[in-house]
Ligand binder design. Sequence first.
Ligand code: PLP
Length: 490
Amino acid sequence: MTKTLMKDDLAQQHERLGRAVTAIVTEYASSLDSRKVTSTATPQDLLEIFAEPFPEQGIAAEEILARFTDEVLVHAMQVPSPRYFGQFNPTPLPIGVWADALTSVLNQNAGAWRNGPTSAMIEARVLRWLCELVGYGPESFGTLASGGSEANLISLKCARDRVYQQSVQNGLRSAPGDLIVYASEQVHFSIERSVDILGLGRSSLRKIPTGHDFHIQTDALQKQLDEDRRAGSVPCCIIGIAGATSTGVIDPLTELAQVAAENNCWYHIDAAYGGTLAFSDRHREKLNGMALADSITFDPHKWMFVPFACGAVLVRDGGRVLRDAFDITPEYLNEDRGGADVEFDFFRYGQMGTRRFNSLKLWMALKFMGRQGYAAAIEKQIELTDYFAGHIDELSDFERVNEIETAVCCFRFLPAHYTNAMGVEQDRLQQKLQQEIERNGEAWIHTTVLNGRRVLRININSFLTERRHIDDLLELLVRRGREIVAANVG
Ligand SMILES: Cc1ncc(COP(=O)(O)O)c(C=O)c1O
């Protein structure tokens, strides 16, 4: 079938596809709770399903949608499930999901103001709201990014350029010494990648030890700063973490601000996950000191239930800092309308050229939920995490590893037979339990490494998760744990 996409056909296609897709989405949403969270398909199985020749002639949209339902959807990780307890991946808000469709309909290029006038204004508005939320003043600004990794990269570029301005033109050839970045050993890997991309080299990242609570040790940080200065290096940036990837814990942000000021360092806070605490009167104080940061990474696609991709960088001293770091004016975008629109050319604020109108889903989500809606959602998720952690404490075969500061709990399965086993054997046991749960698809949890040992980790990031899902998870952990021990020991 050779197709010509005529303009008269456009509305009809949307009408037909819209109905068909709505039916798929509705059926999916209503079956989520009872669906297995994982598929048992192997990479080979999926390779075979999608091993198809290059499409020569188009086929009917209905046929394609059927493939989606039968083959894509069923083998997908059911991230929106209330039984998905994985990384910081939320159940997306319906308003965000449909905002994504509306974004595609308009297909604004949110790079230059002229290509997306309303998108630029909405992006500026949501950035202002986020800046207010974290306690920044009116001069602050920022930019949306693809996620926390890009937001961290953009922030570190600002840090590098502040400390050594010539690097923008000349690179680091004549830098006054090695520029060093400091963060706790719990730092997200994107920071290590960023220092590499920025030409500082991965060895310029100092991973500072943490205490028993997984918070950075500021005395160890100070010692490292002194040592580096004595060796002729230039301390460039100190990073605090608000919601660490593995444990969800929060560094002492005010103390770090002081160390950064005393050492003339850019202060960045990676609040990709934990920034959302700012919505809650009950939990906001955990972020005390956040407004002292020069820059903040804050990902709406983590704990604000906005569908991927939607990250943000906020900069205390405003857009000028970002433009100094990133602005380039190519001829084809140099129309000079008298100035004001340049401020809303978001391609000048980061590394993307063509940019998706991602502010729409964030704007709609914020308007839909409001401050109070977000506060209630995250307070409930923290309460559920406390509830889970309390039960883990009561189970003799399990041991909790971290304090609950957000909605993350790490723990280990250590039945009597394994308490004196070698560390690697204990590690294997955690993996075995994780894999058993994954294989059966009754829930999804994952593992990480803390203090050199593998631990199980859950994050509650679905507003669909209720106490009964947590009870089911606890029962599942106990049941599968017993089965593994019985098979290995018995
Ligand atoms: C603390 C923290 N920062 C940054 C990131 C990177 O975010 P993204 O995966 O959106 O790039 C993550 C991801 O989990 C994270 O946990």
